[in-house]
Design a protein around this ligand. Structure first.
Ligand SMILES: [Zn+2]
Length: 277
């Protein structure tokens, strides 16, 4: 996920942050300073004093795509990479391919994570999923501050969503696989997730605010869902020409027809919650 703009400051009133986000004041691009300010303020608040919105159990609206139990396990060859990593751009079919579950926590995985953070920082991103660098496994990294040495580097492997809030919020999102394209996407404000860390230890955490937003964007990538899939037709119209330009760029580069075209996308209802629709 690239940078974005917070649109609903009123949502901050019940936000709570469980990740220790910032350790010191960051030098941030203008569009990220707002986030920094937000998290600086959040750290001053005790989570006990903030009312938390109710979270819905994912099982209430379970759809295929939540469970990873049936997912295929990655072989070492699936995790092979060459540095430096390159960002895969829309409409490359790698972004729609199935992502395998990781069950080997070795040095190669640590190196892949390091390289993913490296390319994320170099491209001014705040989150990155493995398929975006051509590795189809269930791995994401993010740092809401987007600066090396600032904030906290978060690694999530085989993540699952357990609960999410009914409260939906709009947010102006970007994506490293859609360079220089930004558009509004509505998503749940907070959620409860579990995942494995870089050592393979499973943990559970509640997310809200920017970490929840980045997580959901990257979690979608792990299901082969792109942020344009969640945009309304009206929002999509505002970036249609830019998406078509990326499709043409892909065709010029590969000599093959674009595997998907925004103009032939079926009209669909706005997606709520998670899962494929
Ligand atoms: Zn993205």
């Amino acid at each position: 996920m690239a940078c974005a703009t917070w649109l609903q400051s009123s949502s901050l009133s019940y936000s709570y942050v469980l990740f220790p986000i910032l350790s010191r004041r960051a030098r941030l691009p203008t569009n990220l300073r707002h986030f920094h300010h937000f998290y600086s303020n959040r750290r001053l608040c005790s989570s006990k004093t903030l009312s938390r919105p109710p979270l819905m159990d994912v099982s209430l609206q379970a759809k295929r795509g939540f469970s990873f139990k049936e997912d295929e396990v990655a072989y070492p060859a699936d995790l092979y990479f060459e540095a430096p990593l390159k960002i895969v751009e829309y409409p490359d079919p790698i972004l729609r391919a199935k992502n395998k579950r990781i069950d080997t926590y070795d040095e190669n995985l640590k190196k892949l994570v390091d390289e993913m953070f490296d390319v994320m920082y170099k491209t001014d991103g705040i989150g990155l999923s493995a398929p975006q660098v051509g590795i189809n496994v269930q791995l994401m990294v993010f740092n809401p501050v987007g600066e090396r040495g600032e904030g906290e580097e978060i690694v999530l492997i085989n993540p699952r969503v357990n609960k999410y809030s009914r409260k939906m919020v709009l947010f102006n999102e970007g994506c490293l696989s859609f360079p220089r394209i930004y558009a509004d996407v509505e998503r749940p404000e907070s959620l409860k997730i579990d995942a494995r860390d870089i050592t393979g230890a499973r943990f559970t955490v509640n997310l809200s605010g920017l970490p929840a937003r980045v997580f959901q964007h990257e979690f979608d990538h792990l299901q082969g869902i792109l942020f344009c899939d969640r945009m309304t037709e009206e929002v999509l119209d505002s970036i249609r020409a830019e998406l078509q330009a990326l499709e043409k760029k892909y065709e010029d580069k590969t000599g093959s027809p674009s595997p998907e075209k925004i103009d032939t996308r079926k009209t669909r209802k706005a997606v709520a919650g998670f899962g494929k629709s």
